[in-house]
Ligand binder design. Structure first.
Ligand code: DON
Length: 312
C-alpha cells in the first residue's frame, strides 16, 4: 500500500496541541536534570517501513529516553538469549505503577514483565551476563545497538546517570530484593549501573523513530534492510508486550483510546508502532499521573484519528 504524505498530518498535530503546552501535567521531578526541563516542548517524528521520514515541532531535540530504553534492552536480551529470557521474567501486565515492589514478594522475585522497573533491572542482569565479547560491558553493547539502529552515534547523559544512581532508592531495593530470591546473578551495583545508564540515553524523536523501525518491518534493520535485528516471531512478541505492558497501569486505556503498541518513559517520550507501516516517536515532557507524556498520548490519539492507522 502506498503511504500518504504524513508531513501535513504531523504539522497539524503539533499546531493543534501547541496551545495546550504548559496547561496540564507535570515534568518528572525526582532528579534535577529532569525537573528543570522546559515543559513547553513537543516533538513528533515518523519513519515508514520504506524508510521515509517526517517530523514536526521539537523532533530533533535530544531528551532523556528513560523507560523507552527498556524496549531496546529487551531487544538485545532476546537477541542474545531467545526464549531462555522468560525463565527469569514474566509477560503479564502488572496493573501497578512502574516502580512498584508489591508483586515481587508473592511471585518469588520474578518480575511481571520486562517493562516495569524490576523487569528491566532483571533484563540488565541478563545483559551483564551476556556481554560481548566475554568480559565486555553491557553498557557498551547498549550504545553499540543504539548507534547501529540510528546510523549515528548515541551517548549517555552522565549527569542524568549519576542522579539516577544517587536517588534510585526504589530501584536499589528492587535489585536487592530480586537478588535475595536468587533472581539476579551479577553484582547488584554493576546491574544497577547498567540500568541507570540505559535510562540516561539521550536521543531525539527522529532518532527514536528510526531506532525502533525494525518493529514495523518484521525485525529487519532500519538502515541495513538485509540484516535482522530480531526474527519475525520475536518482533511480534515485542509488539505484543508493548501493547499489554508498555505504558504500565495505563496500558488498557492506551489500547482502548490509541490501539498501538507503545513504550513510554518519564522523560516524556513515547515510541509507537503501526506494524507493517511505520514507527512514531512523540515527546513532550509534562506527564500524567501514570508517568506517561500527557500531550504525547494526545498526539498519538490525533494521529490515529486522522490516519485511521491502528492495530484494531
Ligand atoms: O528507574 C526509574 O524509575 C526511571 N529512571 C525510569 C522510569 C520510567 O521512565 C517509567 N516510565 N514511564
Amino acid at each position: 500500500m502506498k503511504d500518504p504524505d504524513f508531513q501535513p498530518v504531523l504539522d497539524d498535530i503539533v499546531a493543534t496541541l501547541r496551545p495546550l503546552l504548559g496547561t496540564a501535567g507535570t515534568v518528572a521531578s525526582y532528579i534535577p536534570a529532569l525537573a528543570c526541563i522546559d515543559a513547553h516542548q513537543l516533538g513528533i517524528a515518523l519513519r515508514t517501513c520504506d524508510g521515509a521520514e517526517a517530523f514536526a515541532g521539537d523532533a530533533e531535540t535530544p531528551f532523556s529516553i528513560q523507560s523507552v530504553s527498556k524496549l531496546f534492552t529487551l531487544t538485545l536480551a532476546m537477541q542474545r538469549m531467545g526464549d531462555a529470557l522468560w525463565e527469569r521474567i514474566g509477560r503479564e501486565p502488572s496493573g501497578n505503577p512502574f516502580n512498584s515492589l508489591v508483586q515481587l514478594e508473592n511471585e518469588h522475585g520474578k518480575p511481571r514483565n520486562p517493562f516495569i522497573n524490576a523487569g528491566a533491572i532483571a533484563v540488565a542482569d541478563r545483559l551483564v551476563s551476556q556481554a560481548l565479547p566475554a568480559g565486555g560491558s553491557a553498557k557498551a553493547d547498549i550504545l553499540a545497538l543504539m548507534g547501529s539502529l540510528c546510523g549515528e552515534p548515541i551517548a549517555f547523559d552522565d549527569e542524568v546517570a549519576r542522579s539516577e544512581a544517587a536517588t534510585g532508592f526504589r530501584n536499589i531495593a528492587l535489585a536487592n530484593f530480586m537478588k535475595s530470591f536468587g533472581k539476579i546473578d551479577n553484582d547488584v551495583a554493576v546491574v544497577l549501573d547498567t540500568y541507570f545508564h540505559q535510562c540516561a540515553l539521550r536521543m531525539s524523536c527522529r532518532q527514536l523513530a528510526r531506532a525502533a523501525a525494525f518493529l514495523c518491518r518484521d525485525g529487519a534493520h532500519p538502515i541495513d534492510g538485509q540484516a535482522e535485528v530480531t526474527g519475525e516471531r520475536q518482533t511480534r512478541r515485542i509488539n505484543a508486550l508493548m501493547l499489554t505492558c508498555g505504558t504500565y497501569d495505563a496500558a488498557g486505556d492506551v489500547a482502548f483510546s490509541i490501539g498501538l503498541p507503545c513504550k513510554s518513559g518519564v522523560g516524556g517520550g513515547i515510541v509507537a508502532v503501526v506494524p507493517d507501516r511505520l514507527t512514531l516517536c512523540v515527546w513532550s515532557p509534562a506527564l500524567d499521573a501514570t508517568g506517561n507524556s500527557l500531550l504525547g498520548m494526545k498526539a498519538l490519539e490525533l494521529f490515529v484519528a486522522r490516519t485511521g492507522l491502528s492495530v484494531f
